[in-house]
Design a protein around this ligand. Structure first.
Ligand code: GLA
Length: 661
């Protein structure tokens, strides 16, 4: 999918560079040193006021903007722009004390007290009113401030609360979705276990109950939670836009790892468009099966999808270890440069960090920073300076876009549904599976979008649906295949409808498109494998499946001895179905003829092209391998200003950005 080129990139000169800046943790003398170091490192944007509610509004009806004024003025004098946050992610203790009903309640009914952060109930009217008041006051005061580049609403929305206010809000949401109680009872299948509701007051959030809860309820709760937080975000965004209509508004989403708390695609519709900006945070998983470069690529490619062609920005990452990872991983020299550049290669309009200066106190005192506890005379800060210098040389890349030939399908509601209780296998987890396929394509040299199954897929040569458990209708996928695309569907897909009811006739919504009938699920115990007669192995899952109108490509040698891989031509395209989870994906890609974006590129040489509408194109090259690798393009390396030929070797661990001749 091509990114749309728009003028609304972050209102900073060039690509954005900086991080969360929390000067409230320091004395004034440190601020001057901060600005000096920021300028030295080429920082042009910092996120301020993210957790400063207690300073601005220290008591009911008391407002004090003196410190924020001083910070904003200092930044303006230093030529650094502010991504000004509304500070509503963490109400101070006085607020929770004055409005105890705003404290969140968990599934066990326990009230989560103040003392950490994000202690709020998204459904509490007092909190809802307070965040709009805060956003309004800030927008009134800073709309025309010379430091202001953009607005940052809340921070990493994810909070859920199961209190009585939440129950009321849930009921109202359900009434909109399902109409009357008959509609709700039908959607939730409440004839099962005598769960039929006769009055709305009986409907509860998924609080802890005696046995396995109703999965349709659990799924609707996830949707409701995402919508409620989106409403909160929009209430602040609308309040800001009234007073400051011309600056981008964003919030930092977390589409990148395993953090599917929100329906980010639905959110995407509200953080794109005029004066909105998609922003994303990414912290790597140290003990994951998937390597860091692949994790970075997944996060970036997923974020690009949210932006639907518009601009987007990596808002947070770490220079080194993360406090909440117990410090057992540290980035190696150069990782930070490679990760940041990979993000820019994949479309980010800059690279930002959490945080500027390491905190001396608080829960994140051991979280890495751009200025670490070791000070500016450090490897980390020298790399920070180096990346700042690179970004200045890459200014002309701003506004260019990435086009992918392949997509992996990601639907957050399907991810949630596949995790509802009572599944036949605990190991069919969607997000890790999508990341595994995406990583295999990365290793093959294919830049791959993460696309929603309902989006226009017609531009892709290949669409992979490794695990699309929930699917209401195959209409969009059918149109894609009939139009000439190649669709590859993994097992246990198309099984349930939007209410998490098993479709009649498996595999449900996909049965007709793939021409296959599934008779029985045969989950495979962890560690076991099944052999196929074409040499491929499967794990985790298998099915007793039969071809109705499809060619059998391979069959299980072991039990269940039935066909395992199917192919069917349909219209101008084709669809493949796998009734097991292939241990290795490359043999499948070979068979499908999936070629690298840059043929003949060596392994672990990451190559991504960004292109302007006027034809100017840039190849980003990052060598994650152990040996020098030639980059098969000609032009000029913007990082060094030197000419580049297809024979020029790129050293292990090194990067180049080649403006193509
Ligand atoms: C998140 C938050 C930050 C900080 C970092 C630490 O991204 O937004 O406030 O806690 O994590 O990794």
């Amino acid at each position: 999918m091509a990114q749309r080129n728009t003028d609304i990139v972050p209102t900073v000169d060039g690509l954005a560079y900086g991080g969360d800046y929390n000067p409230e943790q320091w004395g004034r003398e440190v601020w001057d040193e901060d600005v000096r170091l920021m300028r030295k490192a080429g920082v042009n944007l910092v996120s301020v006021n993210i957790f400063a509610w207690a300073g601005i509004n220290p008591a009911p009806d008391v407002w004090d903007f003196e410190r924020l004024d001083a910070v904003m003025d200092l930044l303006a004098e230093g030529g650094i722009k502010a991504d000004l946050a509304t500070s509503t992610a963490s109400p101070p203790p006085w607020f929770s004390q004055a409005h105890p009903e705003t404290l969140p309640v968990n599934a066990e009914g326990v009230v989560l007290n103040s003392g950490a952060r994000a202690e709020y109930c998204p459904h509490a009217p007092a909190f809802q009113a307070a965040v709009v008041e805060m956003a309004t006051r800030l927008a009134e005061r800073y709309a025309d401030h010379p430091a202001l580049a953009m607005w940052h609403v809340g921070n990493e929305y994810y909070r859920s609360c199961l209190c009585d206010l939440a129950a009321d809000a849930f009921r109202a949401w359900l009434q909109e979705r399902h109409g009357d109680l008959d509609g709700l009872n039908a959607a939730w299948g409440t004839t099962f276990w005598s769960q039929t509701y006769s009055d709305w007051s009986q409907v509860l959030p998924p609080r802890i109950c005696a046995e396995t809860p109703n999965p349709s309820l659990v799924l609707d709760w996830r949707r409701f939670g995402s919508d409620a937080l989106l409403r909160l975000f929009r209430s602040e965004a609308e309040a800001i836009a009234k007073h400051c209509p011309d600056k981008p508004i964003t919030t930092n989403l977390m589409v990148t790892g395993n953090f599917a708390h929100l329906d980010y695609h639905r959110w995407g519709e509200h953080v794109t468009g005029p004066n909105r900006l998609v922003a994303t945070d990414h912290y790597l998983l140290p003990d994951d099966e998937i390597g860091w470069p692949e994790q970075v690529a997944f996060g970036a490619d997923a974020s690009r999808g949210l932006a639907a062609g518009g601009p987007w920005l990596l808002m947070e990452q770490s220079t080194n270890s993360s406090a909440w990872r117990r410090g057992y991983f540290a980035k190696r020299p150069g990782d930070q440069l490679r990760h940041s550049l990979s993000y820019v290669a994949r479309g980010s309009e800059g690279a930002m960090f959490f945080q500027w200066r390491a905190s001396r106190y608080g829960a994140e005192r051991y979280h890495s920073a751009m200025v670490p506890h070791g000070g500016a005379d450090s490897r980390v800060f020298r790399e920070v300076e180096q990346f700042g210098a690179w970004l200045r040389r890459l200014t002309e890349v701003k506004g260019s876009t990435v086009v992918s030939r392949a997509a992996v399908l990601l639907d957050f509601q399907s991810v949630w549904a596949a995790n509802t209780p009572g599944q036949p296998s605990a190991d069919m987890d969607t997000y890790p599976e999508l990341r595994r396929w995406h990583a295999a394509l990365w290793r093959r040299g294919v830049t791959t979008d993460l696309a929603n199954p309902e989006w226009d897929l017609s531009g892709y040569e290949y669409v992979f649906a490794p695990h699309l458990y929930l699917l209401d209708s195959d209409a969009n996928l059918r149109a894609y295949v009939e139009g000439g695309g190649t669709l590859v569907v993994g097992p246990y897909s198309g099984i349930v409808d939007r209410n998490d009811h098993v479709h009649e006739g498996l595999p449900g919504a996909l049965r007709d498109l793939i021409g296959v009938r599934v008779e029985e699920f045969v989950p495979i115990p962890k560690g076991d494998k099944v052999a196929l007669d074409d040499g491929i192995e499967g794990e985790t899952w298998s099915e007793v499946a039969h071809a109705i109108d499809a060619e059998v490509v391979a069959s299980f040698e072991d039990y269940p001895h039935t066909p395992a891989v199917f192919r069917r031509e349909r219209g101008r395209g084709e669809v493949w179905y796998l009734s097991t989870r292939p241990v290795a994906l490359d043999p499948l890609f070979e068979r499908l003829g999936v070629a690298a974006d840059f043929p003949d590129a060596p392994e672990r040489l990451e190559l991504v092209r960004r292109r302007h509408e006027d034809g100017r194109a840039y190849v980003f090259a990052i060598n994650h391998g152990e040996a020098p690798a030639p980059v098969p393009v000609a032009g000029t390396d913007l990082l060094t200003g030197e000419p580049w030929t297809p024979a020029t070797p790129l050293d292990p661990g090194s990067c180049a950005v080649i403006r193509e001749a």
